[in-house]
Design a protein around this ligand. Structure first.
Ligand code: ZN
Length: 456
């Protein structure tokens, strides 16, 4: 190698290093630019820890849930609405990681990759965000929870729009309590239980076992089961909530017979039930826009017979995320088509440009056959007509399944999952009321109050 070649070679190395460095810088600016800009030290955007000139967040009717005025972040005038929408709107310190003020902070502040804070300087404000939520219905839901911890979510199973999403405990963002740390009353207060929570499903999981039975046992609808108050396996007994005697598949589902469903699980086998759970989105990661949804988990590969029997009725190690369960309800209601829920409708720049964030899309993690979905819908309608009673949901045409999920310590979690089959009101609902006992008496009543407001 002569000297010229050597120098050229060295130069190439320098150029290459420069290009790599430039690439890394551009990439990290692209990835982190929004975050750097919205860093609390950036005085363009923040003053006194407030998102000074950030855009507003509106509900579906154009009611401002959060906005900035004279450099101060303000919220809806009603304390109840502020509490009911806290987890959707988010806080200003990003403790509520899935809230709009955390996830979309750079866009609220007016930052974009091409223009930087150009819009903010030109218009002195950031982008506005429109949500699909209805503040008044969220308020009804918050009041219906009546101090219980848990969550309630309602979405349109044809369009995917979430109109109600409330997580409790919550707090008033304009008057944040000082004593929340270590206070049992505020346990998990920053968690949006709808998106990030997981719970033992209890008997709501019988929907999944029933779907597996419809898929795999051809004569399931003419089968009968005998319940003596328990189902015996070699490794122990699965206890039923009652002694149901001889029941059909439909009646076993109506009355939530543990003996029948534990027997069904063992007859179906671990592999088939895990396949059905997988098809319905268990053990799969999912997102709502940019927001990660905590995955539901179902694994019976190492379960002995009695544990597997309990798993078939929603106990054992199974955990279900409420948003995921709501999407399964949507799939059943919508003839097998699982429409993904979303609550950020669009983002509007100060110049009026609209970026659509949420639109009607099909879930990538849930598949359900139309025939099975329609049969499941009939069974869930039969639960209400023949067991919970239509008078529990006056004026509505509800389908549903309750759950009373036993937990290791304390009173059971109360679940209600279901949907309206009235084509005018295509809404699915999920409710978990923690430590509240029976599914119908706690969560069922909350669901009725909310669905009355939704379907009126
Ligand atoms: Zn029974």
């Amino acid at each position: 190698m002569n000297n010229t070649t050597k120098r050229a070679y060295v130069l190439y190395v320098f150029i290459l290093a420069f290009m790599v460095g430039l690439g890394i810088m551009v990439y990290s600016f692209y990835v982190n630019g929004g975050e750097w800009t919205s860093n609390l030290v950036n005085k363009h955007i923040y003053s006194n820890g407030q998102i000074a000139n950030a855009g507003a967040i509106y509900d579906r009717d154009g009611t401002a849930l959060a906005y900035s005025e004279d450099g101060v972040r303000k919220y809806h005038r009603s304390e109840t609405v502020r509490k009911a929408t806290l987890h959707a709107v988010g806080d200003q310190s990003s403790f509520i990681a899935t809230g709009v003020q955390s996830v979309y902070s750079s866009r609220l502040s007016g930052y974009d990759f091409i223009n930087g804070v150009y819009n903010l300087k030109k218009y002195n404000r950031g982008n506005d965000i429109n949500l699909t939520l209805d503040a008044e219905i969220c308020k009804v839901a918050y009041n219906a929870m009546n101090g219980r911890k848990g969550t309630i979510g309602v979405y349109n199973y044809k369009t995917g729009e979430i109109i109600c999403m409330v997580s409790t405990p919550t707090y008033d963002p304009t008057n944040k309590p000082k004593n929340m740390d270590g206070n049992e009353k505020y346990e998990g207060v920053y968690l949006n239980r709808f998106i990030s929570g997981v719970y033992t499903p209890g008997s709501t999981f019988k929907v999944i076992t029933a779907i597996c039975a419809l898929q795999n046992i051809p004569d399931i609808e003419s089968r009968t089961f005998t319940c003596t108050g328990k189902y015996h396996t070699d490794s122990g007994d699965v206890i039923c909530n009652s002694t149901h005697g001889t029941v059909s598949f439909e009646k076993a589902f109506n009355r939530s017979c543990n003996s029948a469903f534990a027997q069904l699980a063992l007859e179906l086998g671990r592999e088939k039930l895990m396949t059905t759970a997988g098809q319905l989105g268990f053990n799969a990661k999912d997102y709502m826009g940019e927001i990660p949804i905590t995955k539901s988990s179902f694994d019976v590969s190492g379960a002995n017979d009695v544990d597997f029997g309990w798993a078939g009725i929603g106990q054992y190690t199974t955990l279900v995320n409420p948003c995921h369960m709501l999407t399964i309800m949507g799939a059943i209601a919508n003839s097998g088509v699982a429409v993904k829920p979303y609550f950020v409708k669009d983002i509007v720049s100060p110049a009026g440009e609209i970026t659509v964030e949420g639109e009607t899309t099909q879930s990538e993690i849930i598949t359900l056959d139309t025939t099975v979905a329609n049969k499941m819908r009939e069974l869930m309608r039969s639960n209400v007509v023949n067991y919970y009673s239509d008078s529990t949901f006056p004026g509505l045409k509800m389908c549903g399944k309750t759950g009373t999920a036993q937990i290791d310590d304390g009173e059971s979690h109360s679940w209600f999952v279901g949907f309206s089959i009235d084509p005018e009101t295509p809404y699915a609902v999920v409710c978990v009321a923690e430590n509240s006992g029976s599914g119908l008496s706690a969560a069922g009543k909350i669901v009725n109050k909310v669905m009355q407001a939704v379907c009126k």
